[in-house]
Design a protein around this ligand. Structure first.
Ligand code: DGI
Ligand code: FE
Ligand code: FE
Ligand code: FE
Length: 190
């Protein structure tokens, strides 16, 4: 509990008010999903609070933070993009600044943007909470909120698809890993 208060205070100081509100929304949504899918609420809340901890750090610092936890193991496309990299950088902030050693929490931070080939329950909860938290408003968010109550994998798949559709509509680069991760989930669901 004192941990979470300390984390909230640090994030409130470091993030814009808009981003801090988002982070509180993700933590609350992660708590609800944890209750629904039988995961520990405290660990879900901590992961929700910390998932965007590196969001407002300049890319070169983000790269150094990511290297501190992942060495040179990340794809060059991930290392080159603040959108794709900030979750990996958050792992080092969680470890070094807040002493988090929970590997499931750290994996949930790392993979919240692009998912992963094999995701555990907490990774899925944070991935999804990021979309459905109360401050989010985009085409299809209500459907995603409904799916999140019904079935975790179905909702995560819909989350991937909504991101991919958004990237196509905006004519943005799609990281091939995101597609591979989406396909791997689809295959496991069949
Ligand atoms: O940090 P958030 O804004 O809360 O959300 P996020 O970490 O899920 O996504 C950050 C951004 O990254 C968002 O604009 C969508 C984008 N993104 C997600 N997957 C991919 C991606 N961008 C590219 N270029 N490729 C992807 O595969
Ligand atoms: Fe993020
Ligand atoms: Fe996301
Ligand atoms: Fe987020």
């Amino acid at each position: 509990e004192t941990d979470k208060i300390k984390i909230r205070q640090a994030l409130q100081a470091d993030l814009t008010p808009h981003r801090y509100r988002h982070v509180l929304g993700v933590a609350a949504a992660a708590c609800r999903l944890a209750t629904r899918y039988g995961y520990d609420k405290d660990r879900a809340e901590v992961a929700g609070l910390l998932h965007d901890a590196a969001k407002q750090i300049p890319l070169t610092e983000m790269q150094a933070l990511a290297r501190a936890s992942f060495g040179n193991s990340l794809a060059s496309e991930i290392m080159a993009s603040d959108n794709l990299l900030h979750g990996y950088a958050a792992v080092t902030i969680a470890r070094e600044r807040f002493g988090i050693v929970d590997e499931e929490v750290l994996a949930a931070l790392a993979h919240h943007t692009t998912g992963a080939l094999q995701m555990g329950v907490l990774e899925k909860i944070i991935f999804l909470a990021d979309y459905i938290e109360v401050n989010r408003d985009f085409e299809g968010v209500q459907k995603l909120r409904m799916l999140a109550e019904k079935d975790l994998d179905t909702a995560v798949l819909a989350g991937y698809d909504s991101t991919l559709q958004h990237l196509i509509t905006a004519q943005q680069h799609i990281y091939v890993g995101t597609v591979a991760n989406r396909n791997a989930l689809l295959q496991r669901m069949q």
